[in-house]
Design a protein around this ligand. Structure first.
Ligand code: KIV
Ligand code: NA
Length: 263
């Protein structure tokens, strides 16, 4: 099995092979998911919710993400390791670079940032300095207090146009992949067709280049409210490994997400 890289994800997108991503926060789960053939592992700031018990991702620090990234890196062998940059750690290109370096030195191979056109200079600054970038548009949880809750985005014609313009600008600035969260499936399809880079959906429809879920959601262990886009892959399984394999297979054969998980 060969290691997954930013260029190999692009090759998968070009070949029409779906990309299966999961969040991961520790070495044991990283080894398990890697063994099952997951393409990418995301050390998401969702760890604020699922590991730390907060009600948003805002309290998560760079040190928290670096700690979990180092743990995941020790368990992982082949999957591309992406780390979230926490709230407030990428306000300027220079601070973003200094903070991204800490995550890369902890073992990340790509960093993820939430936001649109305002990040163009930052994405260019990072990618010119050998830090691969995953962009994130749609429902961006670090903006929960500006958005007024965890709501579906891009529902108006104006919102959809803005999201498409943001996606193109981020690609032009050098982003390698784009996470699309909680947007109408038709918009997920449109954005995916508009771009050369892969899109990874979470509540963005089956036509994205790949899918991501939070591991605690897909294993049915998160006690909080369950978003529409979540599916519990432990249903009907007797091991975590079977659930993870089931998720990857369902992403690859396009049976996940189904209409009931989409907007
Ligand atoms: O933090 C996270 O888990 C994420 C994914 C849901 C995309 O950003
Ligand atoms: Na995140």
């Amino acid at each position: 099995v060969k290691a997954v890289t930013a260029p190999s994800l692009l090759a998968m997108r070009t070949a029409g092979e779906k990309i299966a991503m999961l969040t991961c926060y520790d070495a044991s789960f990283a080894a398990l998911m890697d063994r099952c053939g997951v393409d990418a592992l995301l050390v998401g700031d969702s760890l604020g919710n699922v590991c730390q018990g907060h009600s948003s991702t805002l309290p998560v620090t760079l040190a928290d993400i670096a700690y979990h990234t180092a743990s995941v890196a020790r368990g992982n062998k082949h999957a591309l390791l992406i780390a979230d940059m926490p709230f407030g750690t990428y306000a300027t290109p220079e601070t973003a670079f200094d903070n991204a370096v800490k995550l890369m030195q902890a073992g990340a191979q790509m960093v993820k940032l939430e936001g649109g056109a305002w990040l163009v200079d930052t994405v260019r600054f990072l990618t010119e300095r050998a830090v691969p970038v995953c962009a994130h548009l749609g429902l961006t949880p670090q903006s929960v207090h500006q958005l007024g809750g965890f709501k579906v985005q891009g529902k108006t014609a104006e919102g959809a146009e803005k999201l498409k313009a943001d996606a193109l600008a981020l690609q032009e600035a050098g982003a390698s992949i784009l996470v699309l969260e909680a947007i109408p499936s038709a918009l997920g399809k449109e954005v995916t067709e508009l771009l050369a880079m892969p899109t990874i959906g979470i509540g963005a429809g089956v036509d994205c280049s790949g899918q991501v879920l939070v591991m605690h959601d897909m294993l049915g262990v998160f006690p909080g409210r369950k978003a529409r886009f979540v599916k519990n892959f432990m249903d009907g399984q007797t091991s975590i490994e079977a659930a993870v394999r089931g998720y990857i297979a369902a992403v690859k054969d396009r049976s996940f997400p189904a209409a009931e998980h989409c907007f």
